[in-house]
Write a new protein. Structure first.
Length: 183
């Protein structure tokens, strides 16, 4: 038997948290977050700011998110974001290139840079001066900051998912998105 933090059942949820969960996709990650009621609304709002309100391009964001998921070995994050990445135009070949060990070199120059940024934040905590300069030149202050914030958030999320041992849903949003089936 694997040790894991259990997902809260409906009776354990406050009415406010239950209402918020009812507005979100039925994902175990959100349900697990409900185990920390004081942090639940702020973390959901933070996630939505990155996913829905950032100026940073969604396709580029998903390349970075997938790379974070690969580097941190978060199967849950990888599986969910393969589906999201496909929905914003990331191809199966690109997904396979993102999921390699070692430096990503199989994408275009921008994709390789996005993966380098995700690698450095995930592995080294701090971006190199060269990588920071490259994203500031390419994206400007706001979008470079949003990219760094995105990679940082998904690093936190992968650590949360893996440490609490959130299980994939029995019926993931896109079953074909499971790691290895189309990548």
């Amino acid at each position: 038997m694997t040790v894991r933090i259990p997902l809260p059942d409906q009776a354990q949820l406050t009415p406010e948290i239950a209402a918020t969960l009812g507005k979100l996709p039925p994902l175990n990650v959100f349900r697990m977050m409900a185990n920390a009621p004081a942090s639940f609304e702020p973390i959901i709002n933070f996630a939505m700011s990155i996913l829905l309100r950032s100026e940073f391009d969604k396709r580029k964001r998903e390349i970075a998110v997938l790379r974070v998921a690969h580097v941190t070995r978060s199967n849950y994050e990888w599986t969910q974001h393969v589906a999201v990445a496909k929905s914003v135009g990331v191809s199966d070949n690109e997904i396979a290139a993102i999921g390699v060990d070692g430096a990503v070199t199989g994408l275009d120059a921008e994709g390789n840079l996005l993966c380098r940024v995700a690698d450095e934040i995930s592995r080294d905590v701090r971006l190199s001066d060269e990588a920071l300069g490259a994203i500031m030149d390419r994206y400007g202050v706001r979008q470079a900051t949003e990219l760094i914030l995105c990679c940082s958030y998904f690093n936190m999320l992968s650590r949360f998912l893996e440490s609490t041992r959130v299980e994939l849903e029995s019926q993931p949003p896109l079953a074909s998105a499971r790691r290895g089936e189309n990548s």
